[in-house]
Design a protein around this ligand. Structure first.
Ligand SMILES: [Zn+2]
Length: 180
């Protein structure tokens, strides 16, 4: 499963959480587990007993709308989470770019039939510290936008875990996904 969270802006923060990633070493081209190879994997501790790699969090920033599209197209996330724009007053250049990008994200995910989850800026606050700790644990230089995106991702996962996501987000703008 893959989740992508976006903190849209002139610089867009991206956080990706990949779980149950099939180890490419011991899986064949059709995704089937190749047992001989897998035995070697287990000896080396490359993947777990089912041939899955360790869960992976990735954070990065991008600067172009098209890069956001490429990420979504490549990962085909189970859900795309993104921060909505929230301003009562005048909108500066950055704000305008953000609003355009949000429309773009909604269009791209709709075309690809990917559900979205809208979150508001202040909702991420309690998750900023955990997000920063997690990025630091990855020994990675990072930008604040990456922390913000990861905070949104952790918030989403926390709400799923606590079983409150639907209740909190049911009235929010989202894609109508047609299940195959
Ligand atoms: Zn393996």
């Amino acid at each position: 499963m893959t989740l992508i969270a976006l903190d849209p802006g002139l610089t867009t923060g991206v956080a990706i959480h990949r779980t149950r990633i099939k180890c490419p070493e011991c899986h064949g081209v059709f995704g089937e587990l190749r047992f001989a190879q897998h035995a070697e994997c287990e000896t080396l501790g490359r993947c777990d007993s089912n041939g899955f790699l360790p869960d992976q969090y990735i954070t990065l920033v991008v600067h172009k709308n098209t890069e956001v599209r490429e990420l979504i197209e490549y990962h085909r996330p189970t859900v795309t989470i993104f921060e909505d724009f929230n301003s009562g007053g005048l909108i500066d250049k950055n704000g305008q770019a953000t609003i355009r990008l949000i429309g773009y994200i909604e269009a791209v995910t709709q075309v690809l039939n990917i559900p979205t989850c809208l979150q508001f800026p202040r909702e991420r606050y309690p998750m900023i510290d955990p997000a920063r700790q997690l990025i630091k644990a990855m020994n990675k230089k990072y930008l604040i936008h990456e922390v913000d995106a990861l905070a949104h991702l952790l918030l989403y996962e926390d709400r799923v875990r606590r079983g409150v996501l639907d209740k909190i987000t049911e009235r929010r703008r989202t894609n109508k996904v047609t299940k195959a």
